[in-house]
Design a protein around this ligand. Structure first.
Ligand code: G6P
Length: 366
């Protein structure tokens, strides 16, 4: 009811603004990297495995895609990420030394549970879930678990569950790196410091809301949008596009920016807003030339740029500046800005934000 919503108009908005707290809660008590955070048997399991298979649906699948970039880069373990409904029905090549990771807000998604059982039937018994409901079927079915502390998520479009999943997956990345001898004490201390700073960093991204509202009024008049990201922000572009289509019903697609020239560039006209995630990372110069390709076709760029990227507003180029550059944890910050964009665009279009048509919070039947 209204009392629970406090100053917010919808649960989705409230849940977006809870993120600094619940991401903090999810990492609370983590004073060092240790396998036991994932369960009693975690050390033995993590020693045994030499690859990772992530299974999930929807927004949780995009958390998995982000984790692939993290785990391969930091822990140096090969990672496959599969949509649960595909994995459960296809012939795949099982490998016994696999850590099977399911990611699920509810812990009850039928396809993800079936995919888990399918993996187990193929002989992969080292299973871990990142889940928001400690009493769920998923937690009961898996050997290891990390419980996110997002609290109850009411909005059908997932927000705080996603960012807490990312926080947990980053912790998993560091833990696998440590067990693999890939994490120095100094790196551990640095990452822990960055993780502790997340709530403050997230709050300063959420403070950009007024600027995002101004963009949302323009987006509300569009029927299509393109989202671009590269590297760890490609999955975030996917999630931003998913949020926009779920609640505003604007057709949105996401592409890794380097793939523009292989198709989506054909769609770019003055009518096409192109949301670009521009962190200050090794791919920035490449991204800038992708942006130039869009501008040359008259496309309207809406760029979420990190503080020190030197990307400034101009003709056909709109910039919202994120307060910090956040390295590997940057996806957690950039996605919060995209959630606000989807929310305010839907609000301006007058849709039922918390209960989008045809969608359910948790899909427990196939
Ligand atoms: C539904 C929800 C999505 C969610 C997906 C997977 O489609 O609307 O928000 O990402 O299910 O749910 P899970 O509970 O397994 O994360």
């Amino acid at each position: 009811g209204a009392a629970e919503l406090g100053p917010y108009r919808h649960y989705m908005q409230k849940e977006i603004f809870e993120q600094p707290r619940v991401v903090g809660d999810t990492l609370e008590g983590v004073t060092g990297i240790m396998p036991e955070l994932f369960g009693d048997q975690a050390f033995r399991v993590f020693k045994e495995i030499d690859r990772v298979l992530i299974l999930a649906c929807g927004t949780s699948y995009y958390a998995g895609l982000t984790a692939k970039y993290w785990i391969e880069s930091v822990a140096k373990l090969p990672v496959n990420v599969e949509i649960a409904s595909e994995y459960r029905y296809r012939d795949s090549v099982p490998h016994p030394n696999t850590l099977v990771v399911t990611i699920s807000q509810s812990g009850e998604t039928a396809d993800t549970l079936a995919a888990l059982k399918h993996a187990r039937s193929l002989g992969m018994t080292n299973t871990l879930t990142i889940c928001n409901v400690s009493t769920s079927a998923m937690v009961r079915e898996c050997k290891l678990a990390y419980i996110t502390r997002a609290g109850v998520e009411v909005g059908v479009a997932s927000t705080k569950a996603f960012t807490t999943q990312l926080a947990a997956l980053f912790l998993l990345t560091l833990t696998l790196a440590q067990v693999n001898g890939r994490l120095t004490d100094e790196q551990e201390a640095n990452y822990l410091k960055q993780m502790r700073h997340l709530p403050v960093a997230l709050s300063s991204v959420l403070a950009l809301e007024p600027q995002v509202i101004a963009w949302a009024e323009e987006f509300a008049r569009k029927e299509n949008a393109l989202f671009l990201g590269r590297g760890i922000h490609y999955p975030i572009a996917l999630e931003g596009a998913l949020k926009l289509k779920e609640i505003s019903y604007i057709h949105a697609e996401a592409y890794p920016a380097g793939e523009l020239k292989h198709g989506p560039l054909a769609l770019v006209t003055e009518e096409m807003p192109v949301v670009t995630i521009a962190p200050n990372d090794a791919l920035l110069e490449k991204l800038k030339s992708n942006m130039q390709e869009v501008r040359a076709r008259g496309g309207q760029l809406y760029v979420f740029a990190d503080v020190d990227t030197h990307i400034t507003s101009g003709e056909g180029l709109h910039v919202i500046r994120l307060p910090e550059h956040y390295g590997l944890l940057s996806p957690i910050l950039h996605v919060a800005a995209l959630q606000l964009l989807a929310y305010h665009t839907a609000l301006a279009r007058g849709t039922d934000v918390d209960k989008p048509r045809n969608l359910a919070k948790s899909v427990t039947v196939e």
